[in-house]
Design a protein around this ligand. Structure first.
Ligand code: FHN
Length: 603
């Protein structure tokens, strides 16, 4: 417990003397990335914990409710950082905190790692820090939460991981200041702040055993840049060479979803937040972090809880795209996890105990198309059994006839079984370029998601999906079959493409027709009154636009008020082509919700 500035310069001095004396040995080389990422790719599912001073007021300040997420209280209530400290440090006393209970809840939910806020943007340290007086030892609680939790998480066989905010609203050397913070600013202070942050990171990476991930955050303000990110990434890895570091150690992250455009940007994986990339992030490691309600830090008024079914299906969807799911809990000021979170995690754990093999250690679906009934994950059985592949069919909408047909795969099948029951004897066969699974039973085993295990001979031989004409020659481009870019997300609500916010977003469908033809196109869309705009459609062959047109799509009665309107006459070439739609103009912050596009042979 030291004053932040004094200890930072002492630390810097010691480090330079050690380095000059050669007493500091070169750190061991980091293992190859695939080796470091192995446990993480296997786990697929982790717990995020946002806990700190903000958990006590739970979204209020001065007795008034404060808008926004609970952990942004200082910012959203525009509180002076020193007043924030003086008010909340004496109140912080999570007397019911039980690290073993938190770890048990995560373990029983089927989670493989736990990421906790060691320090969030308010700058408060949840451990006994020698670099700062603004830490848990200054509170009535006076226990090292990070020590207790790391011991409990490791005892459950899970990986302990640290969230650490680069942005620090409290430290006098961090810039930029909050605009209501009247403390004097020393323009040259930011390097001192980085030394301080490194001093605290050194504590976190040398006092608590092996750490699985350093989950950086708050990297978006202008004072942070690639140089600081590179230095910090190197520093962290010098202390724990096997550690995983997320992409927020570096600046330049593309929005909340993406990677930095800079190919030299540091970080082992992408961190889409509150969203699931529609097509995953092919070829990259990524993890969606998500709240169970709408806040990361506890907020007593936030009762907008997602159902356990929704989160089980999110887990399946994310795994089917090759990602990890980091699901958040925001413990209360008394140290307990909200009952609503506990109940949902209990249900997810029941599902994982039966179906965990369909999530852990799996890779993305081999299909380029989403099936309307659910999702697919897979694992190779090479070396375990035969040259075979195991597919897991995550069935959300159970087929009443007990049959599933997987189009576009030419493998022979070894067989199938339904997880969670031994009393069904499904059969699987190759049928003209599709695999048909019959005898699944008339009802699901688990209404939230029932998993069918399907074993194939060899590695998947999948025909890339194309939309093909129906018997009447019409071509139906459904939302679920679209390949989307940008902010667009598929929404189950109306089986539509939504969140069409950025102008770069596109929706496209690979089409295959036996012969060239002319079609009358229609679009089925909805939009709130102030949205809509001008749509542009393109027919593309080998990436080149061979036909295009525009259509005015006026705002309607709301995001569920769909109408089918003409798009115009479209000529398709014979064979393969791509039909693409984008916004040429947006009238409001979102463009449209798109349900389907139909191409009917011109009369
Ligand atoms: O500002 C933080 C927020 O409080 C929360 O910690 C999330 C979790 O990923 N990260 C930042 C917002 O992107």
């Amino acid at each position: 417990m030291r004053s932040p500035i004094a200890s930072a310069s002492v630390v810097t001095l010691i480090a330079s003397v050690l380095a000059a004396s050669g007493a500091v040995h070169a750190p061991p080389a980091a293992p190859p990335k695939d080796e470091r990422m192995g446990w993480w790719r296997d786990a697929r599912f982790g717990m995020f914990i946002h806990f700190g001073l903000y958990s006590t007021p739970a979204g209020t300040w001065d007795g008034k409710s404060v808008g926004g997420v609970g952990e942004w209280l200082l910012q959203n209530a525009k509180v002076d950082p020193i007043a924030y400290e003086r008010t909340l440090v004496p109140q912080f006393n999570p007397s019911k905190f039980d690290a073993r209970e938190w770890a048990r809840i995560a373990k029983d939910a089927g989670m493989g790692y736990v990421v906790i806020t060691t320090k969030h943007h308010d700058g408060f340290a949840l451990w006994d820090s020698a670099a700062s007086d603004y830490d848990v030892m200054a509170t009535p609680f006076r226990r090292d939460i990070m020590k207790e939790l790391s011991d409990a998480v490791n005892a459950e066989g899970m990986r302990m991981c640290w969230y650490h905010s680069i942005m620090d609203w409290h430290h006098p050397d961090y810039q930029p200041r909050r605009e209501w913070d009247t403390r004097p600013v020393d323009p040259s202070s930011f390097p001192r702040y980085v030394d301080y942050m490194h001093a605290q990171l050194r504590e976190l990476l040398t006092k608590y055993g092996d750490i699985g991930i350093l989950w950086f955050d708050g990297e978006w303000e202008g004072t942070w840049n690639h140089d600081w990110g590179k230095k910090t990434d190197d520093f962290v890895r010098s202390l724990q060479p096997s550690i995983i570091v997320n992409n927020r150690v570096d600046s330049g992250r593309a929005g909340m979803e993406g990677f930095s455009a800079d190919e030299h940007a540091r970080g082992d994986y992408g961190t889409p937040e509150q969203t699931i990339p529609p097509n995953g992030m092919p070829g990259k490691d990524w993890e969606t972090c998500m709240t169970m309600n709408d806040t990361w830090g506890y907020k007593a008024s936030d009762m907008n809880w997602k159902s356990a079914q929704t989160m089980i299906r999110m887990l399946c969807d994310i795994a089917s795209k090759g990602g990890n799911f980091l699901l958040n809990v925001g413990p209360k000021g008394d140290g307990t996890i909200p009952e609503e979170s506990v109940a949902r995690l209990k249900r997810m754990g029941e599902w994982m105990r039966v179906n965990g093999e369909a999530i852990r250690g799996t890779t993305a679906s081999p299909f380029t198309k989403k099936f309307p009934w659910g999702r697919v994950t897979m694992r190779s059985l090479k070396g375990e059994w035969k040259d075979a592949t195991r597919l897991y069919l995550h069935v959300f909408d159970w087929p009443a006839d007990g049959t599933l047909r997987l189009e576009g795969i030419s493998n022979d099948a070894w067989g199938a079984r339904v997880l969670g029951t031994g009393d069904r004897t499904p059969a699987a066969r190759q049928d003209g370029g599709a695999i048909v699974v019959t005898g699944l039973g008339a009802a699901p085993v688990d209404a939230d998601c029932t998993v069918v295990r399907l074993d194939l001979k060899g590695t998947p031989q999948v025909t890339p999906f194309s939309v093909t004409p129906a018997a009447d020659g019409s071509v139906a481009c459904m939302a679920a079959d679209a390949i989307v870019t940008g902010s667009i997300q598929y929404e189950d609500r109306f089986a539509n493409l939504g969140w069409w916010r950025d102008m770069a977003s596109t929706a496209s469908w690979p089409i295959a027709v036996p012969a060239a033809g002319t079609f009358d196109a229609t679009i089925d869309y909805a939009a709130s009154a102030e949205c809509g705009g001008t749509g542009e459609w393109q027919v593309r062959v080998d990436g080149k636009t061979v036909a295009s047109g525009t259509v005015e799509l006026r705002g309607r009665g709301g995001w569920g008020d769909f109408a089918t309107v003409p798009l115009g006459r479209v000529a398709l070439p014979g064979g393969k082509s791509e039909f693409l739609v984008k916004a040429a103009r947006k009238a409001g912050d979102s463009f449209i919700n798109l349900r389907r596009i139909d191409l009917r042979p011109a009369k």
